[in-house]
Ligand binder design. Structure first.
Ligand code: FE2
Ligand code: FE2
Length: 268
């Protein structure tokens, strides 16, 4: 699907895919400054963390499902992986919603943002979307999930910690199949490396545009942490069409894709 065929929105000067549909109970916002978040593990902070995570899982479901709709000609086995991912994410949403209600929360209690959807789904290639959603955002979430259950256990909530552990087990597969398919697709068609490089570069630009000012606060007066987003990649500031092979290799290396770098460049 071409970008010209998509509904878009402009946030912080960047054109992004317009938000997916949400139930009317949700207040959808664009930036961390418009969100509610506390750094502690107080009851309201716990509810907000689960509420935010629940919406992030809905967003993962939306992205996988939209890839199926936008790329009907993708290889069948890849489409099956995306369909399985959509099923996994729907279970994650249900489980988090159940736990949210058990600790006294409810749908729409806090604002939600669909950052990953708006950035990923503006891309016009499936390999680009797998690069951002699965290989970057979900891999980042996987890193985070290695630490999060311990935080909940320390706070005395072993039940939520166990739930997060079980979700993390599924996320590994979402990152793995994307890595396998990115490798396969780019080895069959080297031009797709441009799509990978473009996706990585685009995310760096979005992250730079969205970065909070030092000391900037959210709507409950808490200083915004920039930890939820991937660190910008220091790519060459040339237009994509002018990238040399070496420049693409450098972007790929910095993005954590050394396996995609042609051998002699990897050794250079
Ligand atoms: Fe998930
Ligand atoms: Fe996932």
């Amino acid at each position: 699907m071409k970008q010209s065929e998509m509904d878009t929105k402009v946030v912080c000067g960047v054109t992004l895919r317009k938000d997916p549909a949400r139930e009317s109970c949700f207040k959808v916002v664009d930036t961390d400054a418009q969100m509610v978040a506390w750094p502690d593990m107080s009851p309201q902070s716990r509810r907000e963390r689960l509420h935010r995570h629940m919406n992030n899982e809905i967003t993962s479901l939306d992205i996988a499902a939209q890839c199926l709709a936008d790329f009907p000609d993708a290889p069948w086995d890849l489409r099956m992986q995306l369909a399985r991912q959509a099923w996994d994410e729907s279970r994650h949403v249900t489980a988090l919603h159940r736990r949210l209600k058990e600790i006294g929360g409810f749908k729409g209690e806090f604002p939600v943002a669909n950052f990953e959807w708006t950035v990923t789904c503006i891309l016009d290639s499936l390999v680009g979307r797998l690069t951002l959603q699965n290989r970057t955002f979900e891999a980042g979430a996987m890193d985070l999930m290695a630490r999060l259950p311990g935080k909940w256990r320390e706070a005395g909530d072993g039940e939520t910690a166990d739930l997060l552990d079980s979700i993390a087990a599924d996320e590994i597969q979402h990152v793995r199949f994307a890595n396998q398919w990115i490798r396969k697709l780019t080895s069959e068609d080297k031009r797709l490396l441009f799509k990978v490089a473009h996706a990585v570069r685009f995310l760096a630009e979005v992250n730079a545009a969205f970065a909070p000012a030092p000391g900037e606060t959210n709507v409950v007066g808490q200083v915004i942490a920039n930890a939820g987003q991937v660190a910008p990649i220091n790519a060459a500031d040339r237009e994509l069409a002018e990238f040399s092979d070496e420049e693409i290799a450098e972007v790929l290396r910095q993005a954590g894709f050394p396996a995609l770098v042609p051998r002699q460049e990897a050794q250079a």
